[in-house]
Design a binder for this molecule. Structure first.
Ligand code: ATR
Length: 513
């Protein structure tokens, strides 16, 4: 089974030893990144395996390969030789592995490593995406015998990940390490076992250390949230697709539930650049279910073999699950939104309610439809006015811009205000889309954003005395509906209570180094 390797990138041996003792339970082995150590500290690497107490990889990564070593090859060879010198008959006191590149050719050092049981990891770091044929590369890299071959490639697209996955499938019976570096390859690090990789590299990101490479996950998160060490070839894979997909609550939600249930399933974040490429990968990886977020809710439609009534009616899908070898598409956005809003208001419908909807994007479209279905009368305001008009005309609603004229109209539609724009969203901007509006304090205000928990807009509403709700409750309700689609059962009350007790600002983001 694939192992977790903790990258140690401290400046001193002591820092590395301290970090290892804190995170030892989450890792199977460690990598001593000698290139990150201060020059004076590099003299003391020989004793590191003994201090570590778990198998250690000796690595001196060159700057051209994404590391920090800037000296010449002679100096590097000396460091490696120092690390492997005075081999102990008890192999626990020696480095278990040494990482050397495919262009490293020092037979005497390699021979010495083999003699004392230090296994060679023969590596290739493709930072610019120049390797086209990973299969050919994997076949030709090995210099001899029992080497583990390693390809770490910086990926910029889903196609790159698909290529590496395919190469791995065609290259079995050989220990290999395959890493897709960067945000678009983050799931290759979680689903390392599925990618046929001998190990995955991770860092103690919560300690503010330098990540060993771009896209690495926090070792504790990988081990506890994703239950990396329980993932086998049989584990069922689910996940969320989107782009850029940096702050979805779903991986935290689903994995927390799956963990409570001790289910043999994992839910991964899939940042995707091309939906067609990903759907090929999903088939080849035998993915069982997917949540779909921006911008793929419409472009996913051609891949569905079956559509629920709501998907047919609105032409957008946020949930995919497998049935008889086809993808069935459903949409939990609508039901999640309306049940959250009605619960917040303590009402059964929106009859007699005058409502302002801020925004006229994809989310607003769904909100407007639901407001109409629940009997509300609305005003839609948007920065780009024609989009507001286009949605409003369908339901005989009023429309306007986010300017003085539009905002003035709001005072007649202010029983409930629903904020659907991306203004104030983490990673978007910090603006308030209705800054010209003065709250009376009587409005019920719902902002669909949940990250951050309180946008500048929602804070202003709360400060004015309004009842407020952010999008967290809605997103949890949507996730519960998706869960029922994925697993054909409801989440138990006990587990839901547990999730709710963890709180809306405690969930783990899709953070990577
Ligand atoms: P979504 O699917 O999340 O609704 P979208 O379709 O891209 O995403 O829509 C984003 C919405 O947020 C739009 O209404 C957009 O206004 P425009 O149509 O004028 O682009 C709105 N929006 C984004 N940033 C905004 C800002 N800073 N102030 C006001 N509205 C903003």
């Amino acid at each position: 089974m694939s192992k977790i390797c903790l990258c140690l990138t401290g400046k001193t041996i002591k820092q590395d030893v301290d970090l290892l003792s804190k995170y030892r339970n989450y890792a199977d082995l460690a990598e001593l990144r000698v290139d990150c150590l201060d020059a004076g500290e590099r003299l003391y690497i020989r004793r590191f395996p003994e201090l570590a107490g778990i198998p250690v990889i000796l690595t001196v990564r060159r700057d051209v390969d994404g590391g920090y070593f800037t000296g010449g090859e002679g100096a590097r060879l000396k460091l490696l030789a120092n690390g492997l010198a005075y081999a102990n008959a008890d192999s626990r006191f020696n480095f278990a592995y040494v990482d050397i590149e495919e262009d490293f050719n020092v037979p005497s050092l390699e021979e010495a490593a083999r003699t004392f049981g230090t296994r060679i990891i023969r590596s290739c770091h493709d930072l610019k995406g120049t390797v086209n044929d990973f299969s050919a590369k994997l076949k030709t890299m090995k210099h001899s015998g029992d080497e583990i071959v390693k390809i770490a490639v910086a990926v910029n697209s889903t196609r790159d990940v698909l290529n590496l996955f395919r190469s791995s499938c065609s290259f079995t019976n050989q220990d290999k390490i395959l890493i897709c570096m960067g945000h678009y390859g983050i799931y290759s690090r979680i689903l390392s076992e599925k990618f046929g990789s001998f190990l995955t590299y991770s860092s103690a990101l919560s300690e503010n250390v330098i990540p060993g490479a771009p896209g690495q996950l926090d070792v504790k998160r990988l081990s506890e949230l994703y239950r990396f060490r329980k993932i086998t070839k049989k584990t069922k894979v689910y996940g969320v697709i989107g782009n850029p997909l940096k702050s979805s609550v779903s991986p935290w939600f689903f994995n927390t539930i799956l963990n409570l249930e001790d289910a043999d399933a994992v839910y991964a974040p899939f940042p995707v650049t091309d939906i067609g490429d990903f759907m090929e990968l999903a088939k080849e990886m035998d993915i069982q279910g997917l949540s779909v977020t921006v911008p793929y809710k419409e472009s996913i439609l051609p891949y569905l073999g079956q559509r629920s009534a709501i998907v047919q009616a609105i032409g957008a899908c946020n949930t995919l699950y497998r049935k008889d070898d086809v993808w069935v598409g459903d949409n939990a956005d609508y039901a999640g939104f309306s049940s959250s809003l009605l619960n917040f208001l303590g009402k059964k419908n929106l009859k007699w309610q005058k409502i302002t909807i801020l925004g006229a994007g994809g989310v607003s479209r769904a909100v407007a439809a639901e407001v109409y279905n629940m009997g509300g009368k609305a005003l839609i305001l948007n920065r780009t006015v024609y989009k507001a008009k286009e949605i409003a005309s369908r339901y005989n609603f009023r429309w306007g811009g986010l300017d003085n004229n539009g905002i003035e109209l709001m005072s007649k539609y202010n029983d409930i205000i629903i904020q659907t724009t991306s203004a104030g969203m983490e990673g978007h901007d910090n603006s308030d889309p209705a800054e010209l509006y003065t709250f009376t304090g009587k409005e019920a205000v719902m902002d669909l954003i949940y990250s951050p928990p309180q946008t500048p807009f929602l804070k202003r509403a709360a400060d004015a005395g309004c009842r407020t709700l952010n999008g967290y409750d809605m997103v949890i309700r949507q996730a519960c509906l998706q869960y029922a689609n994925f697993f054909g059962r409801e989440i138990s009350k006990k587990h839901l209570l547990h999730i709710n007790s963890l709180g809306e600002d405690k969930w783990d983001k899709i953070a990577s180094g």
